[in-house]
Design a protein around this ligand. Sequence first.
Ligand SMILES: *Cc1c(COP(=O)(O)O)cnc(C)c1O
Length: 355
Amino acid sequence: MMLKTTSEIDIVKANSSKINEVDFENLTFGNVFTDHMLVCDFKEGKWEKPVIKPYEPFLIDPSAKVFHYGQAIFEGMKAYKDENDDVWLFRPDENLDRFNKSAVRMAMPEIPEEIFIGGLKTIVDMERSWVRKGLGNTLYIRPFMIAVGSGVIAQPSSQYRFMIILSPARSYYSGEVKVIIAEHYSRAANGGIGAAKAAGNYSAQFYPQKLAQEKGFQQIIWTDDATHTKLEEAGTMNVFFRFNDTIYTAPTSERILDGVTRKSLIAIAKRDGIKVEERSVLVSELIAGAKDGSLKEIFGAGTAAVVSPIVGFQYQEDYYELPKIENSLAIQLKDKLTKVQYKLAEDTFGWTVKV
Ligand SMILES: *Cc1c(COP(=O)(O)O)cnc(C)c1O
């Protein structure tokens, strides 16, 4: 992969760093941000010169389209530090690709590679002391774009702002995750925006998620909107099911986010002789598998938690507990993937990119 780094970025350095005030041992996910942010505006049909400057709030007109019509997209990725203090990104080209697909779907302008990848490398390099060594320490990277053009008329904005902000994170443990299978609400529909990493997909989930939490479930397993019979995603993660020795995950579609973690786990599984199939799993198969013991594992996959094992699921009136498995495939796959990301295992796919 060709990565272009640009000298075309204006840099305004912070006078001092906040880094010494940060308790790296006790971070809550996504709450602390580094000293700088990248800002790049789109006006009159073109992207202006990006600027990296001190992290700070900024002004937007109250009539900006993002507030009224929700033109907002984002990405989530991480930087890792290896034992030699080198800093690495993981498959950033995939995030760029997906960002631009999201942009097209939301009638927003695509971002050039020089700005996305070049900007990413420059700002992560500036903030490299915020990337801590050691398995589980990462710098979470949040590129996003919002419509900043003013006017409460329902049409796409003519002005946009692309930004990158960075947040140090410890790998997060969500504790025991119990899920409930969606029977009424949907995350996405055919022809909708489910395959885009659009802010609105998240706000639409908050209410059903709250109802699930009130019933004691941490996550919802989303089913297809038309029939609620096919299992699609777990919360904001892709979802895998293991029956006997084969793992299954739904094929990507208009309703399913094309996760980088998902595709990386599939590739690693195939390389290492773990049987994996991309096909829809039905709710009825899940119930049958839970009853006859062939269902061994369910796990979510996404950048934030990498792999999130699920201990049981509720469907209608019944709760089904999964067996407790030593050396689960979820943990094996997570281990293999994180070792590539931290340069502790050979990167046979050429996924890691040095900053
Ligand atoms: C971001 C996201 C994922 C996971 O994608 P990764 O690239 O693996 O982080 C899965 N599902 C949804 C709905 C998402 O928004």
